[in-house]
Design a protein around this ligand. Structure first.
Ligand SMILES: Nc1nc2c(ncn2[C@@H]2O[C@H](COP(=O)(O)OP(=O)(O)O)[C@@H](O)[C@H]2O)c(=O)[nH]1
Ligand SMILES: [Mg+2]
Length: 342
């Protein structure tokens, strides 16, 4: 997951290390050592940080000017844009890193790399938001919690519903699925197979039926059987298709979802971010699921989507089986991308 971005960030981190390392006069630096705190990067093909920039322990004041880091920050910006990070998100990251690095530093026993990694981590954390703890939400809201999944075709809505159903069942919640994609041939059979496999009740009508009616029945079933969570599938749609959008409005009026989840695929990169922004503007979304993160090397959508639409990322889909879903954790993603313990 996000392997390409990880490699590129390492290169950008090395460049920042070198620029700031050059500010620290080796002759006046009182101690030079190889800090056990800073492991050499494991990615092959990159020179070790220890070779590239001597680990200088700053125990005097280090003053970094804008000029010292401007080239390295331009390179970081290119790295982010080439990784499909949206421009406003990239701008926010660069601004944050610049603010963290430019100015005076005085930390006893801290290496240049620690300073750089901390700046990068904090910058990423500011754009990644807080995520969305679905379990906590369900625990603290009236049942049934009604969740509507929507987005364009083929991005993984139905698979995500099966994964989320299985995840919630394991947490002890009772779940019912509504087969609200009555449009695409085979869609009802597809979700029915998933529901049987994971042992979750499904409510379905005939193909071509009004999805609002199916989802209304699903909610009624949940109420009368005291089910904790309703997961509502829908047909794929673009926000530009007026008839499908008014159908979605009707679904919302009839089933009154507590949460509308926008599903898109991480591999779509900036397209996913643009679609999510349009969707959020026209229909509204409470949170986002990005699927196919396992196939995404660039990571741009995952980095940008929450910042761009100002809605949290809830889950990442990481494969084709039911367990291949992880609650989105900003700290974990940052750790995966930058590692270390800064
Ligand atoms: N590799 C991978 N494939 C996924 C993931 N989520 C869904 N898929 C695949 O994407 C395809 C479309 O999924 P589907 O749920 O039918 O999409 P929908 O049209 O949005 O309902 C299927 O082949 C899924 O197995 C994921 O996280 N990783
Ligand atoms: Mg589907």
């Amino acid at each position: 997951m996000f392997g390409g971005l990880k490699k590129r960030l390492l290169a950008a981190r090395n460049r920042l290390d070198t620029s700031i390392g050059a500010v620290v006069e080796p002759s006046t630096a009182p101690v030079e050592t190889t800090s056990p705190e800073v492991p050499a990067p494991e990615t092959p093909g990159f020179p070790s940080l220890v070779d590239k920039v001597k680990i200088l322990i700053i125990d005097r004041e280090l003053v970094v000017s804008d000029k010292d880091v401007s080239e390295a920050l331009s390179a970081l910006e290119m790295t982010l844009l080439e990784s499909d990070v949206a421009l406003p998100t990239s701008d926010a990251i660069i601004a944050h890193v610049r603010t963290s690095l430019v100015g005076k530093h005085r930390k006893i026993g801290e290496s240049v790399d620690t300073l750089v990694v901390r700046a990068l981590k904090n910058a990423l954390l500011t754009v990644l938001g807080n995520g969305f703890d679905l379990t906590e939400y369900i625990k603290t809201h009236e049942h049934p919690v009604k969740i509507l999944f929507t987005g364009v075709n083929g991005t993984g809505k139905t698979t995500t519903i099966a994964k989320v159903g299985s995840y919630l069942k394991k947490q002890g919640f009772s779940v019912v699925i509504g087969a609200g994609d009555t449009f695409r041939a085979g869609a009802i059979e597809q979700i029915d197979v998933h529901a049987q496999r994971i042992g979750i009740k499904i409510i379905q009508h005939q193909s071509g039926a009004d999805p609002s009616a199916v989802l209304f029945d699903t909610v009624q079933y949940a109420i009368s059987h005291k089910i904790d969570v309703v997961l509502a599938d829908t047909a794929g749609r673009f926000h530009t298709k007026a008839n499908l959008m008014s159908q979605l409005e009707k679904i919302k009026r009839v089933m009154k979802p507590d949460l509308v989840i926008y599903v898109d695929e991480a591999v779509a990169g900036n397209d996913a971010v643009i679609r999510a922004a349009e969707f959020e503007r026209t229909i509204g979304a409470d949170a986002v699921v990005l699927t196919k993160a396992d196939m995404d090397s660039r990571g741009g959508a995952a980095i940008s989507i929450a910042h761009t639409i100002n809605k949290p990322l809830m889950f990442l889909g990481t494969g084709q089986s039911y367990d291949d879903i992880i609650p989105f954790s900003p700290a974990q993603v940052v750790e995966e991308l930058l590692g270390g313990d800064a």
